[in-house]
Design a protein around this ligand. Structure first.
Ligand code: S3P
Length: 177
């Protein structure tokens, strides 16, 4: 089995779903934000403040390229803005099956209203920023993915169940490998 890649807006649950999916499928999980923070030895917020968003976006593409060389049979959760770069689409598809976690602006707002780690949502009016970004990004997430799950109102367990069905995971088949 090749990699499973989770894409979607900030707050769609990519990290939590990725961790639970990795337990269920007994696959390891990596997260592009975490890889970049480790390699740069600072937080995403610091990278945005110090070097600007464009530098961060280049680091994301570099991270995808090195995953392409090294990653196999992993769950890969990627930052919410990563699919916005056209050149990343072909890298994502080469890496494996891309699954889009689709979320509404209301859920994002509820989940992230007290968050201080996402530089793009630190302004005066986070709800209008979420709305504005989501409007632009939603069609791009659709285009960059092969599968999608609507996450609103669902538990993480239910989302993982749905993903298992979507990818045709079969425990017996897996156990006999
Ligand atoms: C971003 C999403 C964040 C992180 C950075 C930028 C975005 O990741 O990469 O703050 O542009 O949507 P999460 O989607 O994991 O929050």
């Amino acid at each position: 089995m090749s990699n499973l890649i989770l894409i979607g807006f900030m707050g769609s649950g990519k990290t939590t779903v990725g961790i639970q999916l990795s337990y269920r499928l007994r696959m390891t999980m990596v997260d592009t934000d975490k890889i970049i923070e480790r390699e740069q030895n600072c937080t995403i917020r610091e990278i945005f403040e110090r070097d600007g968003e464009e530098t961060f976006r280049k680091l994301e593409t570099g991270c995808l390229k090195s995953l392409l060389k090294n990653s196999k049979d992993q769950i890969i959760s990627v930052g919410g803005g990563l699919p916005m770069r056209e050149e990343n689409h072909s890298l994502l598809k080469k890496l494996g099956t891309v699954i889009y976690l689709r979320v509404t602006k209301e859920t994002v707002y509820e989940r992230l209203k007290n968050d201080s780690t996402r530089p793009l949502l630190q302004g005066e009016e986070p709800m209008s920023k979420i709305e504005e970004l989501l409007k632009v990004r939603a069609p791009i997430y659709e285009k960059a993915s092969q599968l999608h799950v609507d996450v609103d109102g669902k538990t993480f367990d239910e989302i993982v169940d749905e993903i298992e069905i979507l990818i045709g995971y079969d425990e017996r088949e897996w156990a006999s490998v």
